[in-house]
Write a protein that binds this ligand. Structure first.
Ligand code: CP
Ligand code: NVA
Length: 306
């Protein structure tokens, strides 16, 4: 139970939501987006505080959570290991118990998923995954909202993941199951997603060798950086391995005529995606970035409202 007697819910991976909850959350996010665009105030989280622990850099996640809390009438607190005791070795279990006595929810961006899970085990307030090496579930809420905004329900559609089998890719695998779409993944050998995560999505996900085989007829083409945070030293080696996994005009030409392009950002133009694609007419990356705000407001409301 949380502090107001509601069963405690965390959001550590996408399957922490049921398919019905996930659909309702996207609907709510679209409603909150409409409200804010109409200048309507909605402040259900007055006097509530979100603690945000960032052990990795961030632009979108930090700003969207912070602005989201402001718009909902609450407050967000940025905590970095550089200037908190977490960075000086205070155990996460202790930090979780202390923060739970003061804030109403905690968002964490860190390296190991296990660290997030340990924090959640000792927290008495909802804990949200703001990205780990393994998953990035908040990104998927925004991506699904963006697809819905432009093309309607993603159910039964085909998504192509091109590039690294990383945290965002893992969350796409989880999303394929939650939102019931087909996912074709093309990654270089040695950079494929974890088979245990893939197995969870059953026959909705297939691994293919060539980027073109993944993109063929796809409704949505998605990529991400070749070297995620923490892998910067592998950048050169990865650039060679990933050379055939760039999203360019020719690859988009394999996809459906009205296919969308998404990228969680930050992007490296000329590496995983050409400027012509990311800045072109099929790209919805700016809506995707904005939808982080609306989707996470719906998530905060879901986890925190009485
Ligand atoms: N997409 C995303 O999570 O961006 P940031 O790293 O800027 O938060
Ligand atoms: N896969 C990227 C996502 C950044 C938002 C990373 O982990 O760095």
């Amino acid at each position: 139970m949380d502090s107001v007697g509601k069963p405690l819910r965390h959001f550590l991976t996408l399957p922490d939501l049921t398919p019905d909850e996930a659909r309702a959350l996207l609907q709510r996010a679209a409603e909150l987006r409409r409200q804010v665009r109409n200048g309507e105030y909605f402040e259900p989280l007055k006097n509530r505080t979100l603690g945000m622990i960032f052990e990795k850099s961030s632009t979108r996640t930090r700003v969207s959570f912070e602005v989201g809390m402001t718009q909902l009438g609450g407050h967000a607190l940025f905590l970095s290991p550089r200037d908190t005791q977490l960075g000086r070795g205070e155990p996460v279990e202790d930090s979780a118990r202390v923060l739970s006595r003061m804030v109403d929810a905690v968002m964490i961006r860190t390296f190991e998923q296990q660290k997030l899970e340990r924090f959640a085990r000792y927290a008495r307030v909802p804990v949200i995954n703001g990205l780990t090496d393994r998953f990035h579930p908040c990104q998927l809420l925004a991506d699904m909202l963006t697809y819905q905004e432009h093309r309607g329900n993603i159910r039964g559609r085909t998504v192509a993941w091109i590039g690294d089998g990383n945290n965002v890719c893992h969350s796409y695998v989880n999303a394929a199951r939650l939102f019931d779409f087909r996912l074709r993944i093309a990654c270089p050998e040695g950079f494929r997603p974890d088979p245990a995560i893939l197995a969870g999505a059953g026959d909705r996900c297939t691994l293919v060798r060539e980027a073109t085989a993944a993109a063929e007829g796809a409704d949505l083409v998605v990529t991400d950086v070749w070297a995620s945070m923490g892998k910067e030293r592998e950048q050169e080696q990865r650039a060679q391995a990933f050379a055939r996994f760039k999203v360019d005009g020719a690859l988009m030409g394999c996809a459906a005529r009205d296919a969308l392009f998404m990228h969680c950002l930050p992007a490296h133009r000329g590496e995983e995606v050409t400027a012509a694609v990311i800045d072109g007419p099929q790209s919805v990356v700016w809506d995707e970035a904005e939808n982080r705000l609306h989707a996470q407001k719906a998530l905060l409301e879901f986890l925190l409202s009485d």
